[in-house]
Design a protein around this ligand. Structure first.
Ligand SMILES: Cc1ncc(COP(=O)(O)O)c(C=O)c1O
Length: 288
């Protein structure tokens, strides 16, 4: 049993009481999109960017936005306010709704809107002090990885393959070039430059991508986005991964070999510290 209150189709109710019909297209087809939004000291962090990405994901799969900007704002505020934790992460999911099972879009289904908020714990000190490990894998997912879709089977299988290999996360490559992790963006630093992959259909545009670009600019760290060959990861001084719940983690092992000198590096330290400050900086956090 959980004390969590969730939002489902206009109602707030205990998590254990939330029910979705089995013919929901999210269950049958994975026909939906989602968001994960961190909340610090009770306020959603970079919420305008998350809301905009949700809008792009909905438009990409042709679901009309069921709530609109003001509706999403109110939902997130209300859900966060119903929980005691200062730091939370809000999960939002929209599916195409309930309809007889058939692939074409149903003519008259109403989107199912679900949201829940959970306690957000800061990344464990051991992960920051020792760093995490990555396992290289071919990227076998589809060609619309920029859509934050609930159809995550490729990501789930990749993440499990990394865990089976004893790693924390995977790093995926398509035609020899970096795409991303199963649930994170990947950063490659060499000679003082932090590099990430270009925006496009092969990787999710993480909300931390724009954030890390801003943090680098503020810190005077060179930042570049371009295609990154897998050999460059082997020569990197530092590797990092980023996501809403993990912030920015240092990577110290790649396929069992040390990254750089095998300990978290100075660029990670600076970006981690800048990230902590950003959590209460209204201009970066997106609070007006
Ligand atoms: C596949 C994938 N790439 C990248 C990210 C990072 O995105 P964000 O910074 O918005 O959490 C995630 C987040 O979970 C993800 O699932």
């Amino acid at each position: 049993m959980s004390e969590q209150t969730v939002y489902l189709d206009g109602q707030y109710l205990p998590l254990a009481e939330a029910r979705v019909p089995v013919l929901d297209r999210g269950f049958i087809f994975g026909d939906g999109v989602y968001e994960v939004v961190p909340v610090y000291a009770g306020r959603a962090f970079r919420w305008p960017q998350h809301r905009a990405r949700l809008g792009r994901s909905l438009a990409a799969i042709r679901i009309a936005d069921p709530l609109g900007a003001a509706g999403w704002d109110a939902l997130v505020r209300e859900l966060v306010g119903r929980h005691p934790w200062p730091d939370q992460f809000v999960y939002i999911q929209v599916t195409r709704g309930v309809a007889p099972r058939a692939h074409p879009f149903p003519a008259d289904a109403t989107p199912t809107v679900f949201a829940m908020s959970s306690e957000l714990k800061a990344p464990a000190a051991a992960l920051l002090e020792k760093g995490v490990s990555l396992a290289s894998l071919p990227d076998e997912r589809w060609l619309h990885c920029d859509i934050k879709s609930t159809s995550l089977l490729g990501n789930v299988l990749a993440r499990q393959a990394a865990i089976d290999a004893g790693a924390h996360e995977c790093v995926m490559f398509r035609d020899g070039f970096l795409t991303e992790g199963a649930a994170s963006n990947v950063w490659v630093a060499r000679d003082g430059v932090v590099r990430g992959v270009p925006a496009g259909p092969l990787a999710l545009e993480g909300i931390r991508v724009g954030l890390i670009e801003s943090l680098c600019a503020a810190e005077g760290i060179a930042f570049e986005r371009r295609r990154i060959h897998r050999d460059e990861l082997g020569r990197a001084d530092e590797l990092m991964i980023s996501s809403a719940t993990q912030e920015i983690l240092p990577v110290t092992l790649l396929d069992g070999k040390p990254v750089g000198n095998g300990i978290p590096g100075p660029l990670h330290r600076r970006l981690h510290q800048a990230y902590q400050r950003a959590k209460s900086d209204p201009a970066i956090a997106g609070w007006s």
